[in-house]
Design a protein around this ligand. Structure first.
Ligand SMILES: Nc1ncnc2c1ncn2[C@@H]1O[C@H](COP(=O)(O)OP(=O)(O)OP(=O)(O)O)[C@@H](O)[C@H]1O
Ligand SMILES: [Mg+2]
Length: 536
């Protein structure tokens, strides 16, 4: 920083009052001192030509005294003028400064005083106008903040739950809290038949028991909430209403006033939240605005909760149907297996016995050979029927457990097709619940059927891995693979195999992952959770 900047900083930091005093007094003092100096030097030389030294000396003394007196008087007048100037110039400026400092500190209570209709007065007016606008802006901001805070509190409380009743309980409590009210209730239309049903009381806080009886019982017909809501007369804004159905309880008392917040989405009105408004409670437009905003958000949350409830219900029905379907499938398979084994199998066996008797009785060599061929064919059919019956209801699964049943299934299916197999079955003799064993068996069966039908594979790996609280089955082939994302083509015939696997796994709370790509083989992995820990 050079000396010029330092001086200019010094001058600019001097207060305005000092600057004015300096401007007024300094020139007078400088003029007085200069005059005094001139009288002592220039004037004395000049007078010495006209007067004696003694008279010059006396004249100099008188002159100097007069200059000092005049200078002093001029300085005093300057000071008085300065004071006057300060009064009319700097006082309004300093006041303005104080107002500005207050505003900067967030205090909008002070207003600038208008001393005169000059430029400073105009500045003061502009500052006052600015403060008024700031105050309006601040009030608006406070209102918006209050609204956001209130809405946020209610939404946060309501969003924590998923069940409709819990959502409405939480929403009602939070709304009462933010409005500093004590009691209220929520009525909902029965969505199945909104026109013929009274509104249903689903939540209430702080109501006397006889009020609750009214809301649950027949006197609710007197309540205009339902008809006004369904006819759309309530509109979408929160409003103050008085309820005749409570008036009926005690005709001498004044009607109960309540704030009604309609609940609805896209003009489909399905309920109201009513908050009891005590008589001494004054309600501002702002309060009603906040409640309207809360109502709009709660409507969406309540509608979502209703959707969630119906979705849960439908999912439960779907799950039950699916279980019944799989059970029916298993039962039907068992029945067919029994029929094949006990019916067709027995008949074929007795046919074979008779054929063998017939073969022994034949003397003609040609005929005996023919009957022997028939015996062989019948034995083959018996084997085939036994195989089908076994696949329909694998007795190995019931008798020896999953490891053995899978080993026999895989060998039976892959041997004729000359496909190499790798086993990694580490369950041993450990038994799992029957529905888990049969699900894993059926999944392996469908996977191997797919390998034989689609994969053109030369090798299959079948793995059964016990995990701490789950069991994992993996069937992997080295075949042509496919694109799992390209199965939903509606033009092709419906593919039920993989979908069925998925559903079987999900029925037991498990999951199924199919990994495949054209030319890269296929791997199907199923994971089923277990309640027990496998120790094998
Ligand atoms: N291991 C595999 N290798 C190659 N492609 C496969 C394999 N498994 C499945 N796919 C392909 O995925 C499709 C769907 O299989 P999915 O088992 O769902 O139906 P599908 O076997 O054709 O008929 P189904 O309903 O009788 O089981 C098959 O048509 C086939 O194109
Ligand atoms: Mg299939």
């Amino acid at each position: 920083m050079d000396w010029r900047t330092k001086i200019s900083d010094l001058i600019s930091s001097v207060p305005v009052r000092l600057k004015i005093a300096g401007i007024m007094v300094l020139p007078v003092l400088i003029l007085g001192l200069a005059l005094n100096y001139w009288i002592r030097t220039g004037l004395s030389d000049w007078l010495s030509y006209l007067l004696t030294d003694e008279r010059v000396h006396i004249a100099m003394q008188n002159g100097s005294r007069s200059v000092v007196i005049v200078t002093m008087m001029a300085a005093i007048i300057s000071v008085m003028l300065t004071f006057f100037l300060m009064l009319i110039l700097t006082r309004p400026l300093l006041h303005l400064r104080q107002v500005a400092l207050n505003v900067a500190d967030g205090d909008f209570s002070l207003r600038a005083k208008i001393w005169a209709q000059d430029e400073i007065g105009e500045v003061a007016q502009a500052v006052n106008h600015m403060i008024d606008r700031l105050v309006v802006g601040q009030q608006k901001l406070q209102r918006t903040n209050r609204r956001l805070e209130a809405v946020n509190k209610v939404i946060m409380a309501a969003s924590r739950a998923l069940d409709l009743r819990e959502v409405l309980d939480a929403a009602l409590q939070a709304t009462l809290d933010v409005m500093r009210l004590e009691s209220g209730w929520v009525l909902l239309c029965d969505s199945a038949d909104p026109d013929n049903q009274p509104l249903r009381l689903v939540s209430q806080i702080g109501l006397e028991s006889n009020w609750t009886d009214v809301l649950k019982g027949g006197q609710q017909q007197l309540c205009a909430c339902r008809s006004d809501l369904l006819s759309g007369q309530l509109g979408q804004n929160a409003s103050l209403r008085s309820c005749p159905c409570f008036y009926k309880l005690n005709p001498d008392s004044k009607p109960v006033e309540h704030i009604t917040i309609p609940l609805g989405v896209r003009d489909q009105w399905f309920g109201v939240i009513n908050l009891v408004c005590p008589q001494n409670r004054s309600l501002s437009e702002d309060d009603l605005d906040i409640l309207t905003t809360i109502g709009v958000h709660l409507s969406v949350i309540a509608a979502n909760a209703q959707l969630h409830a119906s979705l849960v219900e439908k999912e439960a029905v779907r799950q039950a149907l699916l279980e019944a379907l799989v059970r029916a499938q298993e039962d039907e398979r068992a029945r067919l297996a029994r029929e094949l084994h006990d019916g067709t199998g027995q008949t074929l066996t007795s046919l074979l016995v008779r054929l063998k008797v017939l073969e022994k009785q034949q003397k003609d060599a040609q005929l005996r050979e023919n009957v022997s061929e028939l015996c062989e064919a019948t034995s083959g059919i018996i084997e085939q029927v036994r195989g089908v019956s076994y696949r329909l209801r694998p007795s190995a699964l019931e008798e020896f457990g999953l490891d053995m049943a899978l080993r026999s299934l895989v060998q039976d299916m892959t041997e004729p097709a000359e496909i190499g197999v790798d086993f990694n079955l580490s369950l041993g003799k450990q038994r799992l619940p029957f529905e888990i064993e049969s699900t894993l068996y059926r999944i392996a069966q469908e996977c191997l059927t797919n390998v034989l039908r689609h994969a053109q594979a030369s090798h299959v790996t079948v793995e059964l891995l016990p995990l701490p609280y789950a069991i994992c089955l993996r069937v992997e082939d080295d075949g042509i693979g496919f694109d799992p994302n390209d199965l939903g083509n509606g033009k092709k015939r419906p593919r039920l195999g993989l979908i069925g696997l998925q559903e079987r796994a999900e029925m037991l709370g498990g999951s199924l992952v199919v990994q495949s790509a054209p030319g890269a083989g296929t791997s199907v992995q199923v994971r089923i959770p277990l309640e027990m820990e496998i120790t094998a």
